[in-house]
Structures are given as C-alpha cells and as structure tokens.
Design a protein around this ligand. Structure first.
Ligand SMILES: Nc1ncnc2c1ncn2[C@@H]1O[C@H](COP(=O)(O)OP(=O)(O)OP(=O)(O)O)[C@@H](O)[C@H]1O
Length: 476
C-alpha cells in the first residue's frame, strides 16, 4: 500500500517535471471562507504525502540502531514555572523498579538521552504531569514514554491502565516491540495490540495493562466493543502526532478517545516536528501541558565544497560521473535522481562499470529499503542511487560525496532548497569536509542551480570533468 504511493509520488514528480515547459492550467479550486479547498488532484497529492510520512518514520525506526547525536540544548516550558525543574543524568536517579532498570541496561542504554533527562522526571513525577515533547526522530522519545508507561502500571490490576496510539499498524508494532524489550524482566505486565485483524471475543474485558494501537481500533475497543474501560486509564500516549494529523480521520478519533478518559489521566504527546497544525492538535489533546523541545541540529553548507558540471544529456552526465570516479577516491557516495527510471538506468550503468551499487527505489517495501540502507551503511555497497521521494526525510549518516544527478525540485518543478540542504548535508558532517557535485543539463536546470546558490549565498563552482587534474584538485 505505502509502496504504491511512493512509486506514484515519483511518477507524479516525473509528470510534473515533464509538464513544466507547457504549463497546464489545473482545475480551478473553490475558495471556502478564504481558504483554498483542494480539488481532487490536491487531495490525491496530500494523500501521498501522508503515506510518505508514515513510511519515512517507519524507515527511520528500522534503520536506527543508535541515538542521534545532538549538541543542541533542550528547551523546557513548565506549566508551573515556580516548581523546581528536575533533570537526571543517570537512570538510577529515577528510582525505577529494579526489573525496569534491568530492562533499560539490557537494551544497552547507559544514561538518559538529552530529551530523556528532562522528560523522564516530569513523566514519572507525582502527581502525574502532562507533557508535549518534540524532538527529531532518533532522540529517545519512544524509549522515554515506554519507560513511563511501564513505571505507572500496577500489574496486580488486571485491566488496561495505559493506552498508546500510533498512526499506523506498522508503527504500533515497532513501539510494541520496545515495550516488550524494555519490560522483558517484568513479565507480570502484559501488552495487547489494538490493531486491525486482532480479533478478540466480544463481551470480554481486556486484562492486559498496556494497550497499543491505531486510533480507529483503539476507539472501537473503548466505545463500541467495550473491551477497555476508558475511565480506568491512567496514562494516555499519543505518539508521532505529526504523522497522525497527516492521516485523514486520525485527529478526530484521537480527540474522541481523549474525551473518554478521566480528568486526572496523564496525557503525553510526542512529535518529531512542530508545525502550527501539530501544535493546535497537541493543545486539544494535552491540557495544561509542560513542553519540552529539542531543536534539530542545523544542517550547514559551511564545510561542504559545492561544484557543478555542465552536460547536455544523461549519457554525458554519466560519463562525467565516471571521470570523477576515475580521478578521485570516493569512499561512499549518494547519488540522487529525479525519477525511478533514471535511478534504475544509472545504477545499471554504474554496475556495468564495475561499481558495487545499491538502488533505493519506489517499488520496494519499507523493510527492503531498510535492508538496502543497512548494507550501504556497512559498506557492502559504495554507491547508493536513489530518488528524491525515497530519500526525503531519511537520516543516513556521513557519506563522502553527494551527487545530484538531477537537481532537487518540488512537485511543481521549482527549486527545492530545503531538500538540497538535506541531501548534501549528509556529507561534511562532524567537522569533516564534504563534497557535493551538481549535474546541470539544460538552461532550466542552470536556473535552478542559480536559485539554490542565491538562496544559500554560497558559491557553487564550475567543474570541468574532462580535465582530470582539475577534478583531482577538488578532493584536496
Ligand atoms: N538513553 C539511551 N541510550 C542509548 N540508546 C538509546 C537511549 N534511548 C533510546 N536509545 C536508542 O536510540 C534509538 C532511538 O530511540 P527512540 O526510538 O526512542 O527515539 P525516537 O525519538 O522515539 O525516534 P523515532 O520517533 O524515530 O522512534 C533506538 O535505537 C533506541 O533503542
């Protein structure tokens, strides 16, 4: 399902790119109360973007084995600014149940992550405090709320006490795994999955203390099927709020669940981003919140040398690429193409030249993509060829060279500065010097390059790939 939509999105981009020259006038859109109501096309595009987000989020989870490194400071806004602000530097300070501390250490965690330092004391405080927390994927949010849920349940009580909602079936399963892992030495606590296909006999009450699921099924279990008594819930977690609101109906279902819960239920909401829409939703779900924010590490172009190469078609771009490979030693490169077709053509050509190539393509499932990225990370392949849609939002660590075989453009064919920064920000990390090479093959793509250059006010130098000496110089 998700795979199709990724593929569709690439195809749509391809179509958009082809139609730039002959600007098509799309169906006029109605304006309701000053807001533009998208027509069918708009709805379809939105739908794809949503699918994307959930798939990206899952992919990031699958490929992440460590915490993301960040030196940014945590920003804490307390509901009661006069109450002391606690933060912990060790898990011992939290006075966790021994079984849970054992679970934490068994997972290889030595000390709390940046966000956990502040979020954990707040979540474990008595009386319970509500929390809205935002930090990028991989900073330890999931581990934090899982620990909070496991700490708050009373295993002697055979009813559901913690409810956690996730945007998709797959994301719920992933979080469930973390609960199982962290609770491995606390077997009295049971977990149930409120997801499609999990059939429970009607008329009974669930005895598992923690239930994780998607909003629709959780709502059914509380309201229609009455498997759960919402009045007995002590902790309500809404995970991935930004992905949640991007999915039709999830927002309303989540709010309906929240309304059934008792007033003193602890409400916790997590998000990787904090757009206005997420914020509005968060405020409806979490009354009187404490707020914790961790800024994303800013990507910068300061340590990256940027070049462009002028070619007239994709074959010329390919031979320029071969010249670059012939002149400098490239440890690992990521190559971005605009369409799936170009990506698979290019990876075929590179393979013929003897390169070990990995292709990240729109037809693959999220699991397959994760496996490709993992192999690339382990250095089994030295070149990763990918499309824009596949790689947007993925956090792959350091590569030495990034090549824009096609320049990044948005769905309307306009220069996409943000994607450019994100793509080439993969190189030149951690103080190392990185190299980014852009391939230009028309006046239009030259215009795009100039716009990007102006946007960042950083010169992108011309490179003559027929001159091997010149290429050699750029590596030094
Ligand atoms: N204190 C810690 N010490 C070491 N590793 C940790 C710690 N907390 C979490 N991790 C690990 O870091 C990775 C990211 O953590 P986690 O999944 O909790 O982050 P997240 O912010 O929820 O990201 P996402 O939204 O992508 O799931 C996981 O592999 C997790 O096991």
């Amino acid at each position: 399902m998700a795979t199709d939509s990724w593929a569709l999105a690439v195809d749509e981009q391809e179509a958009a790119a082809e139609s730039i020259g002959s600007l098509q006038i799309k169906e006029k859109r109605e304006s309701v109360n000053g807001t533009v109501k998208p027509g069918e096309d708009g709805d379809k595009a939105d739908e794809e973007e949503k699918e994307d987000r959930a798939a990206q989020s899952l992919l990031n989870k699958l490929i992440r084995s460590n915490l993301v490194n960040t030196t940014n400071q945590v920003e804490v806004l307390q509901r009661d600014p006069n109450s002391p602000l606690y933060s912990v530097k060790s898990f011992e300070e939290l006075r966790l149940k021994p079984q849970l501390l054992q679970g934490v250490y068994a997972m290889g965690f030595n000390r709390p992550s940046k966000i956990q330092e502040n979020a954990l004391p707040m979540m474990l405080a008595e009386p319970p405090q509500n929390l809205i927390a935002q930090s990028q994927s991989g900073t330890g949010k999931t581990a934090a709320f899982v620990l909070a849920m496991l700490s708050h349940v009373d295993p002697a009580n055979k009813w559901t006490q913690c409810l956690c909602v996730s945007p998709t079936y797959e994301l719920a399963l992933q979080t469930g795994k973390v609960i199982e892992q962290m609770g491995q030495f606390y077997p009295e606590v049971k977990l149930a999955y409120a997801i499609r296909g999990n059939k429970i006999e009607r008329g009974q009450k669930i005895q598992d203390q923690i239930v994780i699921g998607t909003p629709g099924t959780v709502l059914d279990w509380c309201l229609k099927l009455k498997f759960i008594d919402p009045k007995k819930i002590k902790v309500f977690v809404l995970d991935e709020a930004d992905v949640m609101i991007a999915t039709q109906g999830h927002q309303d279902q989540s709010i309906r669940i929240q309304r059934m819960l008792p007033k003193d239920c602890q409400m916790l909401l997590f998000s990787a981003t904090f757009e206005e829409s997420v914020w509005k939703f968060a405020e409806r779900i979490v009354p009187d919140p404490n707020i914790i924010k961790l800024k994303r590490e800013e990507e910068t172009l300061d340590t990256i040398k940027q070049y462009y190469v002028v070619c007239s078609n994709k074959e010329e771009k390919f031979s320029a690429l071969c010249n670059i490979y012939g002149a400098i030693t490239i440890a690992q490169a990521m190559i971005f193409c605009h369409t799936r077709k170009t990506a698979s053509w290019l990876s075929g050509e590179l393979s013929k030249e003897g390169h070990q190539v990995a292709l990240l393509s729109g037809e693959m499932t999220v699991e397959q993509r994760a496996a490709v990225i993992e192999r690339f990370r382990q250095g089994k392949e030295k070149v990763l060829v990918t499309t824009n849609v596949c790689a947007r939002g993925i956090d792959v660590e350091q590569v030495s060279v990034v090549i824009n075989f096609d320049l990044p453009v948005d769905k309307d064919g306009n220069p996409d500065n943000e994607t450019y920064l994100h793509r080439i920000g993969r190189t030149g990390r951690f103080g190392k010097r990185g190299l980014a090479i852009n391939m230009v093959d028309s006046k239009h793509s030259m215009d795009i390059l100039n716009t990007i250059q102006d946007h960042f006010s950083k010169k992108i130098e011309k490179l003559n790939t027929d001159d091997l000496d010149e290429i050699e110089k750029i590596a030094n």
